[in-house]
Design a protein around this ligand. Structure first.
Ligand SMILES: Cc1cc2nc3c(=O)[nH]c(=O)nc-3n(C[C@H](O)[C@H](O)[C@H](O)COP(=O)(O)OP(=O)(O)OC[C@H]3O[C@@H](n4cnc5c(N)ncnc54)[C@H](O)[C@@H]3O)c2cc1C
Length: 129
């Protein structure tokens, strides 16, 4: 099955062939709630020994401050956490990337936006297209 994403002017934005993806990855296409995926990732991370800290807002990241490749993460409450590797995964505003590149680096609008809505199946069936 192929799904097409069409822009409001009728232009093609993207498409995806679920059958081809199934062949490429050797698995059928799965659809699931993101909370279920997040829970599985969290459980596995904890199982592998990860320590999860909440209420730990990052205010800055210092690279190689103490020499070598060690990074230090500064938290709003003054705590400092050091590690060999820091992965910035703080979402669209990418503040941690700005710490790395050393200047403001805001997200760039692409001009494409997607709006979602829900329709009743009986209303969809009434429309021949
Ligand atoms: C209403 C809505 C519907 C969406 N629907 C879909 C969909 O159906 N399918 C899809 O694929 N995508 C969807 N998206 C997009 C999807 O949610 C994002 O692409 C995805 O969440 C990005 O993941 P991320 O891990 O990069 O960032 P995020 O999910 O934004 O996670 C960033 C995390 O970093 C934390 N953080 C930020 N700053 C700091 C800081 N200074 N210190 C510590 N922590 C910090 C935040 O609290 C957050 O927990 C939707 C988005 C929205 C808003």
């Amino acid at each position: 099955m192929q799904v097409n994403m069409i822009g409001w002017k009728g232009n093609h934005i993207a498409h995806m062939n679920f059958g081809e993806h199934a062949k490429m990855y050797g698995s059928p296409f799965w659809n699931f709630h993101r909370a279920a995926l997040q829970k599985r990732l969290l459980d596995r991370a904890v199982e592998l020994g990860s320590k999860v800290l909440v209420k730990s807002r990052v205010s800055d990241v210092k690279f190689g401050e103490a020499g070598g490749g060690v990074c230090t993460v500064l938290l709003h409450d003054g705590r400092r956490l050091s590690a060999d590797l820091v992965v910035g995964a703080d979402g669209i505003n990418l503040a941690k990337r700005e710490c790395l590149v050393g200047h403001p680096d805001k997200p760039m609008p692409t001009g494409d936006l997607a709006y979602r809505l829900m329709l009743k199946t009986k209303d969809i069936i009434k429309d021949p297209e």
